[in-house]
Ligand binder design. Structure first.
Ligand code: SDX
Length: 394
């Protein structure tokens, strides 16, 4: 009971929230968005269609989707004054920090709309702007950190290939849009699109509950996702594999460290607060990892270490008893590395995928007029004490 708090982002003091967006069953490994299974969506849908489904609750008809996606592409350019903000960041700035600052700066250029029940058209425009500009801001954060010239968006591209062009195209090298890679990227973004009341989505709901704008709430979500126990885990996975590789591939040493209660080391990419059997996304993403590495002919020694770790974790009684299975972050880092992304961009990619979920949950929370979040606590401090009469202030 020490310091116990309940996160009240829903009805007064129930300690939980209600939502129609995503359903998770941690025991059975079920993940559904507005009733559609993640397996179906990953296999048959596109990231922007899943984004529409999450935000508006239904799969769009062809004309609606065409209008919506072309509207998004038209808004993918970012105001020149925001581009100038980049110049103020040192190349050492982590792209996640740059991204959260820039998303907050959108409020300076676009009027804040906060009530979907009153000004739905303004909210829809805010949603379009955010979905449109985050990939540009993400790619520009990367190029800025590399001291490379920015690649501007092209509204004629589709959403995912536009991002990949901005990331990897430059004046010396074109970027050929490989359909297998685009399919893998769509799948990866879909697998990250929403995940019930995870740390960053809960943060977006908490910040939105004070009637801060969607931009500001999403900026807070980006910062929550950055942590290594949450979205930052995909970067931490690769860094862990590189550490094991540098240590001569001595996996047993790191397995022993993960088991040692006195050692703070944890196997990054393993375990989950909700899934206590398997993360359904991991099964899908593991196959995507194999397909992509085969397609690219990548023979990554880190993948060999990863597969040995996975085999041990799935059989070692310690991990089986603690139900520590590979989660979505375990495999995503390996794919991102194979696609040429630098590790500091991995969590940014998670943010790109999670954006529709944050938007959907913010919009739902505002539509349901959920009250301001005000967690309570169990006080475990001192009882009342009188200030000493004879004390002179130090
Ligand atoms: C994401 O919430 C979401 O939905 C998140 C997410 C999403 O889509 O938004 O799914 C994305 O954040 C996935 C998780 C990415 N994080 C990591 O991979 C970091 C490594 N994993 C952990 O630190 C941990 O597993 C958590 C944070 C993910 C979950 O922590 P829990 O469920 O609170 O587990 P716990 O900390 O209570 O640990 C239970 C036991 C402990 O041992 P005991 O104290 O009982 O002896 O399991 C051990 C822990 O020490 N343990 C691990 C471990 N994770 C838990 N031991 C070694 N390695 C690990 N990874």
């Amino acid at each position: 009971t020490s310091g116990l708090i309940t996160l009240d982002v829903g009805f007064k003091n129930t300690g939980s929230t209600t939502s129609n967006v995503t359903f998770l069953d941690g025991e059975k490994g079920i993940l559904r968005h507005r009733g559609y299974s993640i397996e179906d969506l990953a296999e048959k849908s596109s990231f922007l269609e899943v984004a529409y489904l999450l935000i508006y609750g239904e799969l769009p008809d062809a004309q609606t989707f065409e209008n919506w996606s072309s509207r998004i592409m038209k808004h993918s350019l970012v105001h020149e004054d925001i581009r100038k903000i980049f110049d103020g960041f040192p190349s050492t700035a982590h792209p996640m920090g740059v991204l959260s600052s820039l998303v907050t700066s959108l409020t300076a250029f676009h009027p804040e709309s906060i009530d979907p029940n009153r000004d739905s058209a303004a909210i829809d425009l805010t949603i379009v702007r955010l979905l449109a500009k985050l990939p540009t801001l993400a790619a520009w954060s990367f190029k800025n950190s590399q001291g490379l010239p920015l690649e501007y968006p092209n509204a004629k591209n589709d959403y995912v290939s536009n991002f990949m062009q901005m990331m990897f195209k430059n004046k010396h090298m074109d970027y050929d849009v490989d359909p297998v890679i685009m399919d893998a990227m769509n799948k990866l973004l879909i697998l990250h699109a929403d995940h019930e009341q995870n740390c960053s989505a809960a943060t977006v709901r908490v910040v939105g509950s004070s009637l801060s704008s969607l931009y500001v709430a999403v900026s807070a979500g980006i910062n929550a996702l950055w942590g290594s126990l949450h979205g930052g885990a995909n970067q931490a996975v690769i860094e862990m594999l590189e550490t094991i590789q540098a240590d001569g591939g001595n996996i047993d040493k790191f397995i022993a460290k993960a088991k040692d209660k006195n050692d703070p080391f944890r196997l990054m990419g393993f375990g989950h607060r909700v899934y206590k059997n398997f993360d359904p996304r991991s099964r899908i993403i593991k196959k995507a990892a194999d397909d992509i590495l085969d397609r690219l002919g990548v023979n990554d020694p880190l993948l060999d270490i990863a597969k040995k770790l996975e085999d041990i974790a799935l059989t070692d009684p310690y991990f089986v008893e603690k139900k520590l299975y590979p989660n979505v972050d375990f495999y995503s880092g390996i794919i991102y590395k194979a696609l040429g992304f630098p590790t500091e961009m991995f969590t940014v990619l998670f943010a790109l995928g999670r954006l529709p979920g944050w938007i959907a949950q913010w919009k739902e929370s505002r539509e349901m007029v959920q009250p301001i979040s005000r967690p309570r606590q169990v006080y475990t401090g001192e009882t009342h004490r009188a200030y000493p009469e004879d004390r002179t202030v130090a």
